[in-house]
Design a protein around this ligand. Sequence first.
Ligand SMILES: *Cc1c(COP(=O)(O)O)cnc(C)c1O
Length: 377
Amino acid sequence: MQFIDLQSQQDRIRRGIDARITAVLDHGAYIMGPEVAELENALAEFCGAKYCISCANGTDALQLALMALAIGEGDAVFVPSFTFAASAEVVPFVGATPVFVDVALDSYTMCPNSLLRAVEHARSIGLRPAAVMPVDLFGRPADYDVLEEIAANHDMVVIADSAQGWGGVYKGRMTGTFGKITTTSFFPAKPLGCYGDGGAIFTDDPDLAAVLDSYRIHGKGAEKYDNVRIGMNSRLDTLQAAILLEKLAIYADEIAQRQRVAARYNAALAGHFTLPKMSNDIQSIWAQYTLRAASADQRSEVMGALKAAGIPSVIYYPKPLNQQTAYRDFPVDPDGLSNSATAASTVFSVPMSPYLAEADQDKVIAKLQMVSARAEE
Ligand SMILES: *Cc1c(COP(=O)(O)O)cnc(C)c1O
């Protein structure tokens, strides 16, 4: 059994992908070819954003967002401590300071109360609260209503890191439309992945869209060889755009299939482990199906039993950012980041994909139920 099954998807759409690749090889516009604009339009339409600017990867997408918003020296950017490193990595790159905020344990997304404490703390040490970066961890949209309100009250912008959550729904709106800017990643293992690196940025602001378009191509101006700002080389390859067009065509169906798999896991595992919590108006895209064990020891036992049965499981993420060598000197919520620490020591993710066969899912479920029953004896 595979942790993420990319082959079944390829079997389903291989003919379309081959035709798309052939078309690119025929026209030869490998950089900024027609598929790039076609994809950007389709992505914007899918989520309901006005503008989509594709780029080289999800990390660049975040960096370009910070650059376009002119965030830099003296600015604080509030980032959850329980996320992938890329969320925080880009902040010092533009000269700003990441300030780590705890997550809520029922959603693994940014905790609003911790954010409020971190904002006060940042001010007290002389930083200007500039941006909040919620992360749609494991595919679940962050608590945008509350986080956007806090951001507005403190004159901060929201940059939504939806690398794992693009296509999720929060109170009737799709991710991609939250905050001033939303970013995503097309890394192959993400729910919408290409066959290499790729990323995209969404905004409703035409001026920001124009600046982002400039920054991703060396800070270009109206004339090709008159650059007006110091930019990056961060374009999405035409070939990757072509592949993504085929994948986007089945993305809504795949999200529905992920939901079906998650619902079966939920029904079978309730009472055995702490389940990912959703509500009627919040729809995850299930980038990961992540459970929490009662303790670090129980997690080791569970993962050992799964491995012995040939079932892969992975810990996302074993160490909160604020405990990692590169990040441990940045400011944090003064009340601590205990939920991040709890999550890091007890979560584990099990196989999840739109194509996970029910028989395989039943194997995962049976093993998990057995280990949990043993713990209760
Ligand atoms: C994958 C990921 C990124 C970075 O995306 P890349 O395309 O790999 O650069 C950023 N943030 C989060 C939360 C991610 O999971």
